[in-house]
Design a protein around this ligand. Sequence first.
Ligand code: ADP
Ligand code: ASP
Ligand code: MG
Length: 407
Amino acid sequence: MLIVQKYGGTSVADVERIKAVAERVVRTAREGHKVVVVVSAMAGETDKLIELAYQVSSHPGEREMDLLLSSGERVTSALTAMAIQELGHKAIALTGRQMGIITDAVHTKAKIEKISGERAKKALDEGYVVVVAGFQGITEDDGEVTTLGRGGSDLTAVAIASVLGADLCEIYTDVEGVYTTDPNIVPEARKLEKISYEEMLELASSGAKVLQTRSVEFAMKYNVPLVVRSTFTDNPGTYVVKEDKDMEKVEVSGVAYDKNQTKITILGVPDRPGIAAKLFKSIADANIVVDMIVQNISSDGKATDISFTVPRTDSDRAVRITEEIARELGAKGVSVDDSIAKVSIVGVGMKTHSGVAAKMFETLANHGINIMMISTSEIKVSCVIDAKYTELAVRVLHNAFDLAAEE
Ligand code: ADP
Ligand code: ASP
Ligand code: MG
């Protein structure tokens, strides 16, 4: 078999752990498999690099930011390859460039356009374990270094698995799989044996960082066989698979939260056609993804407020754009709220169960948690709440939908 194994930051946090990873890799290779390893930077390293950038500049350039951030994964890929060699197995470390990972030019959140993978294929045929630095690529035209957004090594792994036609893509992390909610917040959370791509996608995009959203999107589109499991045990993990009928039996499969959003409100804008279009086009043109939007009905038919949320990392830019437009439109002003969180319930069962959203609202209300914004999809309901209630909301929702482990 051809297996892609991705090891996250905690799995390669120090040399001891890198050595343990090397052992697992070599064990897999000696079982007769071809192995591609994708590594993240050491735990905390990417955050540390970002902090350094902000120590020298209040607005670090994104091109240089990518050059800086990509270095973390170079370190771990080289060390991991060395550790494998030390165990007597052939290994070669490749950067994103050497792996032929071509992306668009949107620095700090580039999209993979193609992967040549020729060099990796040749090395695999020659008996090497190929160790790829995750999270990075280059642009086709001028070879600029790009990164794939936070958590992007997951995407590197899934994309490589797809291009090489791997039999399995294993995501090794610090928990034993995908749980009904973050097990670090709710210890009673239950590990799922399997989860559908659709549910995993909604959980990830709702903040469950166990898998990066785009990596799930990619896996779903190209049917990449995916499993999330622990670096520290041999337990089976969670398979991400196509939806089956069984999965609809429960109303909710998981609860997620996202504390990394900012709510921006443009106050007193004229209530006429074209206003929302103008605002959100400008924000989209800046490559900022808007999540939730609420437009209030104007009481006098003349002016209204529009609130929306964006990822916190983009909030400065989004606020600047919104303020510009507010001025152009003669709006009353712009307000910004950083102390919000989004809690979401996800489940394909929602398609066939009614009253799920109502139960969520009721549960939050019973605990005195006010809802500021709501959005829904076929298999998800999200509420924006005050950030200070995040953990409480996650716990009470997890309870209300009976997600805890069976005794
Ligand atoms: P890595 O560094 O290996 O990529 P991450 O920190 O990105 O690991 O993702 C793993 C973390 O995801 C876990 O430690 C856990 O706190 C968090 N998490 C959030 N939601 C879930 C969930 N539903 N199931 C499992 N882990 C979750
Ligand atoms: N090191 C990057 C990050 O921390 C990418 C990753 O770990 O997947 O976001
Ligand atoms: Mg991750």
